[in-house]
Every structure is written in structure tokens, then in C-alpha cells.
Design a protein around this ligand. Structure first.
Ligand code: BGC
Length: 734
């Protein structure tokens, strides 16, 4: 026995030594390569350009380290051949692309993926995206986007996991693991972006200024990035916004102090598209040369599309404004990634096999499952799942819009592979199809009457509304979040002549759909569901699948409520719902206020739907919430248990959510914070004990003492199906 142990130790030792020397080998190779490089060639590695005919010459001269936006395998091989066979040192190019929610097989938009509360499935989706993308030469994706978004006016809310730091961290880490896989030839380097605070843009207007304090950065905006770094993300992108007056791309504190020194990030930091150059427009640098100096000084390794690095670094080194060592450090990070991805050994794509992985049945199945789990049921007055329905009216601008249902950043998604709801529903129903309106912004009501009269002849009607893909995503902010065009009129008209009206919303953000809720019997919010959205929605409507999605964002009553999020502070005058709203009970003559608390006279104190909300075809009962002790030390773990009963008639999955409140702190603390969740499957009538282990260390935050610690005191803990319900248990930390 002893002998076995010794030999295991010996093997482990040898493995460690082998691992070390492999690591050292790469570093030695990098050193050797760097020693052969001219300064011009070094700077070339730090330059990322968008694909184009003219690139070839620059690549041959060693002036490009990475390209983006070229996806044709033959063209990629051609350009790679120039880098490897014609440039002096033969350093392969790093090929990048925004593979955001799938490459060809398009998954739901990231906001929809977050609604699954299923990191395992999200990891699987990212793996599939990487398999498809890498087979086509892409080895670097600018994903996941980890920006916390508390304002649905911001169009890029679609690209992230919503408003919650914990959910964002779980989803972000899952995507990083999925893209990067086990480091084989299907591994695609992840890029956590946009560092940092980009989603807090003033008024939800894209690219706008942010004013986030260090405390909020650390408590709200950093955690997902830290989780991404800990999950091994190989690259990170700086953001466009200036926070507290400093654009991220020139922010030394952010990149050097926090990211590199505090978190130990050793990967590539890349600018966003021309975000170095944009520091001139910000008024932070007087010209591109100064912007280049600022960015490099901050610790940014690669310049995407400002041409500043390639144009000015050599001059800056000569003028001793930056050192060649700074340049070498950046080049080292870039070369290390190229070695890690195996590009030196295998830079080319097998063109004959490139297409083979695309749209594989298991990819489509995972995309469908993601769309099923990511759909949130917001209302159901007993009409879903569809029963005794033979003739079905399918209407609305998103019913048969193969491109639009893919959502934003579906660059490579091919709409000819999309299954639309119309197509899927036709398999099981006698469908009457009336478009209702041509597209989501169509104001014309010319087709509405046809839909209304068709609605009189059917057993049920499904109205597919929402947003065209172009209405969310980058630079697509909105100030009005109601359904656009004549869509609300269409819903109301259909409701006038049909008893069972189901609305399905495909959108890039939580729209203000309050008035539409009143005109329907059920509403399913699928976000933009991707390639397999049609089949997924059909299965949900028919009851072949049961909704389990929960909203990763707060749904507002009106856009004027933004920003509104569940993990807010309490204020000195909280409104807990005891005061009436102006639109319910008008002010009496002479009365000027309904009380001095924090709420809107016309839309109240609360949202339309809270974070974490989502119905099922069944109902769940939470009981016997319990914790193992009443008092814990900082090193303890809080052991939580609750009984969850499926009290309805359908086997179903519930996303069980754990929230905590720290009652008194050295700084004020959020009214609730998500600290855990689980998807729990229950048969109809079944009860399960659900347990959580919450390390007290997870209650740490950036305190008034400017450190991360858990402050002793009293806490409350909830386990519930959303962020607004349930009764808490109390405990203390000594
Ligand atoms: C976006 C990034 C994206 C980059 C490259 C920028 O405009 O902000 O998220 O990765 O373009 O396409």
C-alpha cells in the first residue's frame, strides 16, 4: 500500500515537473521569438484590423497580429498563409469574431439565455458555438458581455445577463468555460467585456457617460468580471464609456491596479473598436499619439481599429514616453495566447470539413432546449397549454420572421435554417395565418382588420409581437419601451373577436407590455429565441414542454421608471406598498400628495414584474424554510433547507432562488441580493427538500473601510420563486 502511495506521489511530482517545463518551454519560445522581433514587428502584433482585401500587404510586413470580421474559410487560409509563409517571422494571425449567442446555430440572445438560470446549458451552448466557429477558423470571440444592465432603454441589455451581479457571474463563467473548452483545437478564447460599467450609460443612451463609485464598481459591476477571470478567460475588452471622467481604455487604476495586480489577470487586454482613438472625442487625449500613450500606459495590449498603436508606438518608444519593456509585455501576452491555442502548430482550417459541424442535430437540440428554458411565462389565465384547439390563428410581425427572431449580433446566423413559430405550429394545428402588420414598427393598421375577422373563426389566437432584431443591440437605445407600430392595436383587435388570445413577445429587452397584458389571456416572453425558437415556442404552447424561465431583469410599467432594479437600497423613506397610486385612486381636490415616500404618483413604487419572476403551468408551494443555526462565524456555511411542492398537474421545473439582506452595514446595503439558485424538477404532486450551502464569506462586500469583508450583524434570508415573494428567516454573523 505504502509503495503505491509513494509511486502516486512520484507520478504526481513528475507530472508537475513536466507541466512546469511545458510552461517554461512556451515562455522560452516566446522569449526567443521576441528577441528576434524588430520593434515594428512587435507593434504589428499589437494591431488588430478588420478583414479586407488590402490586409494582405500589412500582414506580409508583420504589421497585423489579429484580424476580425473575416469568416470565409478559404479567405482565412489565404491570409493566414501570408502571415505564416510570407511574413519574416511567420507568426500566425489570431482570427477574431463576435460570436455572441452561437455561430451558425443561433441560441437565444444572452438575456434569454440568462432567463434559463441554467449555467450548465449555457456552457453547453457556448461549447457548441466554439465547435462551429473554430471549424471555420475563428479562435477568439468577443463574448461574454458581462455588463450589468439596469436600464432597458439601453439596447445592449440584450447582449448580457441582465441586472444581477450573481447571475451575471454564473452565466459569464459558464460561457468562458464553454468557449475555451479543454484547450484542444476547438477551443475559442473568450473575451469578457466591456470593462467596465458600460451598461450604466446615462439615460440608457449607448456609449454615454457613467458615474459609478468605486464601491458600486466593486459590489455590482466587478463581480462578473472577477468570476470571468477566475474561470480562466484568456482576454478582456475595455469599454467605450468614461467613468468618473476617465475612459476605460486609458484607466490605469482599472486595468493595471485592479485587473492585473489585484486579480492577477495575465491575458490579453484589447480595446473596443477604436476606443483608444475615441479618447480624443472624449477630450481625454489631444490626438491619436497621446491616446496611444494613455492606452498603453493603462496596460492595454492590443488596439482594435484605431491604428494608433501601429502608427505611434515606435515614435513614443524613441521619445522614451513608453518603454520597449511595456511593448514586450503586451507582445508576450499576445504570443502566449497564440501558443496556447496551438496556432503555431496548426494555423490552418480544413476547408473541406469547415461546414460539417454546422447545424448538427445536437446543436439544434441544445438551441431548442435553451429557447424552451429561456422563455418566461408572464401571464396565464388558464388558456395555456393549448387544449381543445384545432383551428389556430397565427398572427403578428414576428410569427414568421426568420431573420428577426435570431436577434442582435447574429452575424453568421443563416435565416434559411430558422424554424419560425408559424412553421412549427402548422405541424399540429389547422393554422390560419394573417401577418397583422408587416414588421414590428409598421404603423399601418391596414392588415389588422383581416386578423380580427380571422380571429372570430378560430379556437385560439397567438399574436407574435416584439422587436425586429435591429431594435436592440449596439447603438439601438430607445426612449419608449412600448410595443412599436400597430402591434398593440393588433392585440386589442384580435382580443375583440377571440376568447383565447395568447401573446408571444420576441424582443431584445423587457418592453413595457402592461397595456398589452390586459388585452390577452396569456403572455409568453421568449426574448429573441434564435434558430430553433419556433419549435421551442410551439412545444411550450402545446404543453410538450412546461415554462420554467425566470426574468433576469425587472419589467417596468413605463420607461419613465428606469432605472429600476430589485437589489436597490431602501432610502430613508421606503414605500412598501402601503400607499395608493394616483391612477387607482385620484387625488381629492386640494390634496397634494399621497404620502412622503419614494414612488411615482402615476406608476407607483413597484415594477410590472420583479426580477426572477416567471410562471409555470403548475404551481409551487414553498414551506418549512429553515437554517441550521441562528448565529454563524465568518468561516461558517449557512445550511438552508426548504420544502418545495409541485401543487399542480404538470411535471415541471422551478428555479428556486436564494436571497439575502444584510440589515445594517457600515454602508447601506441592498434590500435583497441573489446568492444562489437551483433548477429543481418535480413531478406533479411531488415534494422535495431543496438545500443550499451558503458560505458566510459570500456575504462580503466593499465596506466603508474599503476592503472586502463580512460585517457582523443581523441578516435575513429568503428562498422563493422570485425576488418579491416569501417570508424570511433571520440569522446573525458574530
Ligand atoms: C462593440 C464590441 C465588439 C466590437 C467588435 C464594438 O463596436 O462594442 O462589443 O466586440 O465592436 O465587433
Amino acid at each position: 500500500m505504502k509503495k503505491t502511495i509513494y509511486s502516486l506521489v512520484a507520478i504526481a511530482f513528475l507530472a508537475t515537473v513536466a507541466g512546469c517545463s511545458a510552461k517554461d518551454d512556451t515562455e522560452k519560445k516566446i522569449d526567443r521569438l521576441i528577441s528576434k522581433m524588430t520593434l515594428h514587428e512587435k507593434v504589428g502584433q499589437m494591431n488588430q484590423l478588420s478583414g479586407g482585401e488590402w490586409l494582405a500587404e500589412a500582414v506580409e510586413k508583420g504589421e497585423v497580429g489579429s484580424i476580425l470580421n473575416c469568416t470565409d474559410p478559404a479567405e482565412l487560409n489565404r491570409i493566414q498563409r501570408i502571415a505564416v509563409e510570407k511574413s519574416r517571422l511567420g507568426i500566425p494571425l489570431l482570427i477574431a469574431r463576435d460570436v455572441i449567442h452561437g455561430f451558425k446555430t443561433i441560441f437565444p440572445i444572452p438575456l434569454g439565455l440568462a432567463a434559463t438560470f441554467d449555467p450548465e446549458l449555457v456552457e453547453k451552448g457556448a461549447r457548441i458555438a466554439a465547435v462551429e466557429a473554430s471549424a471555420n477558423g475563428i479562435r477568439w470571440t468577443f463574448s461574454p458581455m458581462l455588463d450589468i444592465a439596469r436600464d432597458p432603454r439601453w439596447g445592449r441589455i440584450a447582449e448580457g445577463s441582465g441586472e444581477d451581479p450573481y447571475l451575471d457571474a454564473m452565466m459569464g463563467a459558464a460561457m468562458v468555460r464553454g468557449y475555451q473548452g479543454n484547450g484542444d483545437s476547438t477551443s475559442v478564447a473568450a473575451c469578457i467585456k466591456h470593462f467596465v460599467g458600460y451598461g450604466a450609460a446615462e439615460g440608457g443612451r449607448d456609449y454615454n457617460t457613467t458615474e459609478i463609485t468605486e464601491r458600486s464598481l466593486r459590489n455590482i459591476y466587478f463581480p462578473a468580471f472577477k468570476a470571468g477571470v477566475d474561470a480562466g478567460a484568456m482576454t478582456l475588452m475595455t469599454s467605450f464609456n468614461a467613468n468618473d471622467g476617465i475612459p476605460s481604455t486609458g484607466n490605469k487604476w482599472l486595468v493595471k491596479d485592479v485587473l492585473r495586480d489585484e486579480w492577477g489577470f495575465g491575458g490579453i487586454v484589447v480595446t473596443d473598436w477604436n476606443s483608444a482613438g475615441e479618447m480624443i472625442a472624449h477630450g481625454f487625449a489631444s490626438d491619436l499619439k497621446e491616446a496611444t500613450e494613455e492606452a498603453l500606459d493603462a496596460g492595454v495590449d492590443m488596439d482594435m481599429m484605431s491604428y494608433g498603436y501601429i502608427s505611434f508606438i515606435e515614435e513614443l518608444v524613441k521619445e522614451k514616453k513608453i518603454s520597449e519593456k511595456q511593448v514586450d509585455n503586451a507582445v508576450r501576452n499576445i504570443l502566449r495566447l497564440k501558443f496556447k491555442l496551438g496556432l503555431f502548430d496548426n494555423p490552418y482550417i480544413d476547408e473541406a470539413r469547415a461546414g460539417e459541424t454546422l447545424y448538427a442535430p445536437e446543436h439544434l437540440e441544445a438551441a431548442k432546449q435553451s429557447a424552451i428554458e429561456g422563455a418566461v411565462l408572464l401571464k396565464n389565465d388558464g388558456v395555456l397549454p393549448l387544449k381543445d384547439v384545432r383551428t389556430l390563428l397565427v398572427t403578428g410581425p414576428l410569427a414568421d420572421a426568420p431573420y428577426e427572431q435570431l436577434g442582435t449580433w447574429a452575424f453568421d446566423g443563416d435565416e434559411t435554417h430558422t424554424v419560425t413559430p408559424l412553421e412549427a405550429l402548422k405541424k399540429d394545428f389547422n393554422v390560419i395565418y394573417e401577418p397583422g402588420t408587416e414588421y414590428s414598427r409598421d404603423k399601418s393598421t391596414a392588415l389588422v382588420a383581416r386578423a380580427r375577422s380571422a380571429a372570430a373563426r378560430v379556437d385560439a389566437a397567438v399574436v407574435f409581437v416584439g422587436e425586429e432584431a435591429i431594435l436592440s443591440g449596439e447603438a439601438h437605445s430607445l426612449s419608449d419601451l412600448n410595443l412599436q407600430g400597430a402591434q398593440s392595436e393588433l392585440i386589442a383587435a384580435v382580443k375583440q373577436s377571440c376568447k383565447k388570445v395568447i401573446v408571444v413577445v420576441m424582443a431584445g429587452r423587457p418592453l413595457t407590455i402592461g397595456r398589452d397584458l390586459e388585452n390577452c389571456d396569456a403572455m409568453l416572453y421568449s426574448f429573441h429565441p434564435g434558430t430553433m425558437g419556433g419549435e421551442a415556442i410551439a412545444e411550450l404552447l402545446e404543453g410538450k414542454a412546461v415554462p420554467s424561465g425566470k426574468s433576469p431583469v425587472t419589467f417596468l410599467k413605463t420607461a419613465g421608471q428606469a432605472p429600476m432594479y430589485y437589489n436597490h437600497f431602501n432610502t430613508g423613506r421606503p414605500n412598501n406598498g402601503s400607499e395608493t397610486l394616483l391612477d387607482d385612486i385620484p387625488l381629492k381636490a386640494g390634496q397634494t400628495s399621497l404620502g412622503c415616500t419614494s414612488y411615482y404618483l402615476d406608476s407607483g413604487y413597484g415594477p410590472l414584474f420583479p426580477f426572477g419572476y416567471g410562471l409555470s403551468y403548475t404551481t409551487f408551494d414553498y414551506s418549512n424554510l429553515d437554517i441550521d443555526k441562528s448565529s454563524y462565524s465568518a468561516k461558517d456555511t449557512v445550511r438552508v433547507s426548504v420544502d418545495l411542492k409541485n401543487t399542480g398537474e404538470y411535471d415541471a421545473t422551478e428555479v428556486v432562488q436564494l436571497y439575502v439582506r444584510d440589515l445594517v452595514g457600515s454602508v447601506v446595503r441592498p434590500v435583497k441580493e441573489l446568492k444562489g439558485f437551483q433548477r429543481v424538477e418535480l413531478k406533479a404532486g411531488e415534494t422535495k427538500a431543496v438545500t443550499f450551502a451558503l458560505p458566510v464569506a459570500d456575504l462580503a462586500f466593499w465596506t466603508a473601510g474599503n476592503d472586502y469583508s463580512v460585517e457582523p450583524g443581523d441578516f435575513q434570508l429568503w428562498v422563493a420563486g422570485d425576488s418579491a415573494t416569501g417570508d424570511p428567516v433571520s440569522f446573525s454573523v458574530k
